[in-house]
Design a protein around this ligand. Structure first.
Ligand SMILES: Cc1cc2nc3c(=O)[nH]c(=O)nc-3n(C[C@H](O)[C@H](O)[C@H](O)COP(=O)(O)OP(=O)(O)OC[C@H]3O[C@@H](n4cnc5c(N)ncnc54)[C@H](O)[C@@H]3O)c2cc1C
Length: 331
């Protein structure tokens, strides 16, 4: 059976079928996306999301894939990739006071570039984020952070596109940020983070002290983390009910260096799960499950993955989308 949704020409221009997702994921694994949508501006993005809604297609937002394990069978429905939008979306300073400013950051903007902009503009508050890869959209979804802080501390509000409703602005407290996540219901299924407003402090030393902190954090991360092979950084969250972090628990269970196929728990930092070059998503998922099981047996502690596991283990049917333009200009 062949499914034939009919997009408008603008949506069609940004759509492709059967796109391999490995190149969009930090683990460098993952099957095909049935439909891959890479719009070039916000208007096309919203038109595509409306079209997906009208055709009851599940929608999945892809940031930079630095916290995603996409299974080998790939993703059904529409995978939305905002990469091309970075060319048309810019930072916008919306408020400037003697001590602070508010900057609107588009969701496809890279965290590293945002930090660099902050340092160049004598803004403090984002030092904690040094070394975290990916987009601002992924940072909002995950409340990304480090031992030095998280995005919740600088986000004032988030602009979200909600299906059937349109753009909605939520304050930081309405987002209900928590450790590596947001409050239930604050980002309903199919919602898309469009941008976030961040309040940053203006430092009197031209950003020198912030740059020194960033340099220290980067050198700490470089010396401790396993950055030589594809990974998603820490694979498990630190458990709340233990004084030991996930890495320490994995190490204490003598699992450091454990391999499953092409996947391996790093010998340098046990909470980093690496693709040694030929891993499948199944290898990675099995190693995650094995690690959880062994830590549970050893310490009665359940490790919760920080990495989001998505997609199908196998592509179950032979359905393919054939794309044809809608006959009218609207639908
Ligand atoms: C080497 C390495 C080090 C890392 N270190 C850290 C660290 O120190 N701290 C930390 O917190 N994380 C860390 N990570 C994990 C990861 O970088 C963060 O979680 C990051 O915020 C994910 O951003 P992303 O753009 O890659 O999102 P993705 O991985 O693409 O997506 C993550 C989730 O966000 C959702 N999402 C993305 N964009 C949007 C949007 N616009 N609207 C709605 N939903 C969206 C996705 O659907 C998905 O559910 C590390 C990863 C690597 C590879």
């Amino acid at each position: 059976m062949t499914k034939v949704p009919h997009p408008s020409s603008r949506v069609l221009a940004a759509l492709s079928t059967d796109r391999a997702l490995g190149p969009y994921a930090a683990y460098a694994v993952g099957g095909l996306a049935d439909l891959f949508f890479a719009p070039h501006n916000e208007g096309d993005l919203i038109e595509g999301l409306d079209w997906a809604r009208a055709n009851r297609l599940p929608v999945f937002m892809l940031g930079s894939g630095t916290n995603l394990l996409i299974r080998d069978g790939g993703m059904r429905g529409l995978v939305v990739y905002l990469g091309p939008l970075t060319r048309s979306w810019h930072l916008e300073v919306r408020e400037r006071n003697p001590d602070s400013l508010v900057v609107r950051v588009p969701s496809a903007f890279s965290k590293a570039e945002l930090l660099e902009w902050a340092l160049d503009n004598s803004c403090a508050g984002l030092e904690f984020s040094a070394g975290i890869p990916g987009t601002l959209g992924g940072a909002v979804y995950m409340n990304a952070g480090t031992r030095w802080g998280s995005y919740a501390s600088v986000i004032e509000s988030v602009r979200i596109w909600v299906p059937d409703v349109g753009p909605v602005e939520k304050t930081s407290s309405e987002m209900g940020f928590k450790y590596r996540g947001h409050g239930e219901g604050s980002l309903s299924s199919g919602s898309v983070v469009l941008s976030a407003d961040l309040r940053l402090n203006i430092s009197s030393d031209g950003g020198e002290s912030s740059r020194a902190i960033v340099d220290r954090i980067l050198s700490y991360r470089g010396s401790r983390q396993a950055l030589e092979r594809p990974s998603c950084g820490s694979v498990f969250k630190n458990p709340e009910n233990s004084s030991r972090g996930a890495g320490r628990l994995i190490e204490s269970a003598a699992l450091k260096g454990t391999r499953r196929g092409g996947a391996q728990l790093s010998t340098k930092h046990a909470n980093f799960l690496l693709n040694r070059g030929n891993a499948t998503a199944a290898d990675i998922e099995e190693l995650i499950e094995f690690t959880q099981q062994r830590v549970k047996e050893e310490f009665s502690i359940s490790l919760e993955p920080e990495v989001i596991v998505m997609g199908e283990k196998r592509r179950l049917d032979e359905e393919r989308y054939v794309l044809r333009e809608a006959s009218g200009s609207s639908f």
